[in-house]
Design a binder for this molecule. Sequence first.
Ligand code: NCD
Length: 315
Amino acid sequence: MRHLLSTKDLDRATAVGILDVAEDMADVASREVKKLPTLRGKTVINLFFEDSTRTRTSFELAAKRLSADLINFSAKGSSVSKGESLKDTAQTLAAMGADAVVIRHSSSGAAQVLAQSGWIDAAILNAGDGTHEHPTQALLDAFTMRKRLHGDASRGKDLDGLRVTIVGDILHSRVARSNAWLLTTLGAEVSLVAPATLLPAGIATWPVRLGYDLDEAVDANPDVVMMLRIQAERMNAAFFPNTREYARQWGLDDARLSRLRADTMVMHPGPMIRGLEISASAADSSRSTVLEQVANGVSIRMAVLYLLLSGTAEQ
Ligand code: NCD
């Protein structure tokens, strides 16, 4: 594994291997000194062309906990806003000796372009490319499910038979795509529930079941319900009548929450729009894994940086 661009091309053994290394990394977070010397002397660049809170800071913390040097580079406030191309930016970072580039970009395929262009000889980690993929998010989601299910005994385990329902703006969601591939690879059964206008063309080829009614999906007794944000910034048309109507039909409100089992996991990648796709009590309930997802994200990103940069993951 030289880059991490998608979950679609991760096989089961590799995916479980990443989750297992993340377990070791999670142990570091519980120590008094939360730091390993493993990536001392390596340079990691956070190259973010889109807004981000948790993904950017999570990669930053992960790199620092492994003792790498990390530089944050955001398009706003850089030469990109003066019109510099991705090629020139990449070559500049290469000249500075970057060992890994974590890229978030509004264009689907941007991470792959960087990995295959020859502009830069660094490990490329996709931190979200347009509506395409967000592999570390899916890995941290799978890790969170595995930990809730198996606790400390989760090493080597997959998600065989787990019933996961992903709800909302599938059309614009790289999180939904990366999860659909990864969770299926790990043995889970994935259902998608959304208004027909928020399902992409070609959905019939995905390894998932489809539903159009959230009440039915809730009453089908899922093990995990993953709510997605309405990605208003990617919408150039009216995909639903209005936000009140969306919340009523597609939101995880208190009534729907109360019909879920006490141990059903309620997940959300963040940022959440409380009152729209998820009620405050659903977001804050004991079923919610939202903050566990954030904490686990650091362990997953430490694992991926370690596997890509320490030279132990050559295949
Ligand atoms: C997601 C993203 O950016 O794709 N957020 C995240 O990385 N935690 C989902 C979203 O923005 O809604």
